[in-house]
Design a protein around this ligand. Structure first.
Ligand code: PLP
Length: 439
């Protein structure tokens, strides 16, 4: 295939039939739409190109910078597209959690602006979170930015309504599948593909997959987060189901080891979520059915994500001093204090208060005298053993008290007799009128 520009190679990805001996479904042919084979590596190449393309000439004339709220694949595709057109790219994010992706963006010449997340935005006089404020200021004309606006831009949906969806129908000889399963991030791909497929099969069943609330799966949202997305319409989905990071890794292993498909975690999650859903209907079927899921991107960017969750895959010993080993029941039993007790703790100087939030949130507002050890760094410290003397009382603080409870449970298990978590976190402290200071 000869192309004049690499963007001409976006789309027309293969539809791979998964061997039935792998998935075990008896009446359903399961296909994977291999979006990982797009030139910049993901399903977001289509959306990025569709959103940026109409605005590039004007932006180049004005010297505008391309900007997007993204910490992953959209940013990656836009960084390449901007560079190809002589434009700068800035990624604004509160979710830059995968080091390989951050490094790749820097390599591609992107600027990265990290902001505190919503739960961490703590100025009580400010009703808006930083991303909302950023979004509004970018939307104003004449800012010097080309803002692609993936969470609200209908061109994100159109890229899939006119591209991904019709390609699936063409590859199934003009028929739409009976089931379509996709992970939901901006909701662009699931909404656009579902619309195209329903034109051919109004009885199509669409399953949207979101991340379990306690889990981080890079690229997709939890059920709470998805409702903040402008493009998300619950009416698109016949079912919205949850996948865990473990599901995503299990599915990824099946795809990479048995199907020759070097899928990332959301591709794995989509496979696992599809098979789990389809098993519930398979037994009752008589005729044959067809199902399609999307493999969004590639595995190579997630090696540290995988190593952290499954060290044994990399011939590394399990990490017993990780909060991943803390059960929900253990976290619920972790020693904790309410805001009143915490206020006395601080005024009496009972022991260090450790704030586990990001440096941005800490700098914005924190409990006076507390020290900031960001979650990821604290996790590393614990692999070396107890970071505090056993006689030193410690109070742990996080946004809503969930993470700190897990750490309090873990430190207790490691033998610390006097470690506590602040119930309800910094949000409860703020809501109770507790004093917060700014650096
Ligand atoms: C790895 C990955 N999987 C899935 C998705 C979800 O796609 P969409 O944004 O179209 O809902 C994204 C979106 O960024 C992603 O990066």
């Amino acid at each position: 295939m000869r192309v004049d520009a690499v963007t001409d190679a976006i789309g027309n990805t293969p539809l791979l039939r998964i061997d039935p001996s792998v998935h075990g479904l008896r009446h359903i042919d399961l296909y994977a739409k291999l979006e990982l084979l797009n030139p910049f590596g993901s399903v977001k190449d289509r959306a990025a190109w569709a959103m940026a393309r109409p605005l590039l000439a004007r932006a180049a004339g004005r010297g505008d910078i391309v900007v997007e709220l993204s910490s992953g694949n959209t940013a990656k595709a836009l960084a390449v597209i901007a560079g190809m057109h002589g434009l700068g790219f800035r990624s604004v994010t509160n979710r830059m959690k995968v080091p390989e992706i951050k490094d790749l963006l820097l390599l591609l010449g992107a600027d990265i602006e990290e902001l505190p997340g919503q739960a961490e935005c703590l100025d009580p006089t400010d009703a808006e979170d930083p991303l909302t404020r950023m979004h509004r200021s970018l939307a104003a004309a004449g800012t010097g930015y080309l803002h692609t606006d993936q969470y609200f831009n209908p061109l994100n949906v159109d890229a899939h309504r006119h591209g991904t969806g019709p390609e699936i129908v063409a590859d199934l000889d003009g028929r739409a599948p009976d089931y379509f399963v996709a992970c939901v991030g901006t909701a662009g791909s699931s909404t656009g593909v579902a619309a195209a497929l329903r034109r051919h099969n109004p009885g199509l069943q669409v399953v949207g997959l979101v991340a379990h609330k306690a889990d981080f799966i890079p690229g997709i949202r939890t059920i709470d987060e998805v409702h903040e997305v402008g493009l998300f319409d619950p009416g698109v989905y016949d079912a919205i189901e949850t996948i865990t990071a473990d599901d995503a890794v299990d599915g990824l292993l099946t795809l990479v080891r048995r199907c020759g498909t070097l899928a990332g975690p959301t591709g794995g999650g989509a496979y696992q979520g599809a098979v789990r859903h389809l098993r519930t209907v398979d037994a009752g079927l008589t005729g044959r059915r067809t199902a399609v899921f999307i493999v969004c991107d590639r595995v190579e960017s997630y090696l540290s994500y995988l190593r952290e969750r499954r060290p044994e895959l990399f011939r590394q010993p399990a990490r017993p001093t990780s909060t991943r080993t803390v059960t929900d029941a253990e976290a619920a039993r972790a020693p904790s204090v309410d805001v009143g007790t915490a206020q006395r703790w601080v005024s009496q100087g009972r022991g260090p208060v450790v704030d586990l939030r990001s440096p941005f949130a800490y700098q914005a507002l924190h409990i006076d005298g507390s020290i900031n050890i960001v979650d990821e760094l604290f996790a590393e410290l614990l692999h070396g053993g107890l970071p505090f003397g056993r006689r030193q009382p410690v109070l742990l603080v996080c946004p809503v008290g969930e993470k700190s409870a897990r750490y309090a449970a873990l430190l207790t298990r490691m033998g610390h007799p006097d470690v506590h978590s602040l119930e309800g976190g910094i949000i409860a402290w703020r809501d109770a009128g507790g004093e917060l200071v700014r650096d």
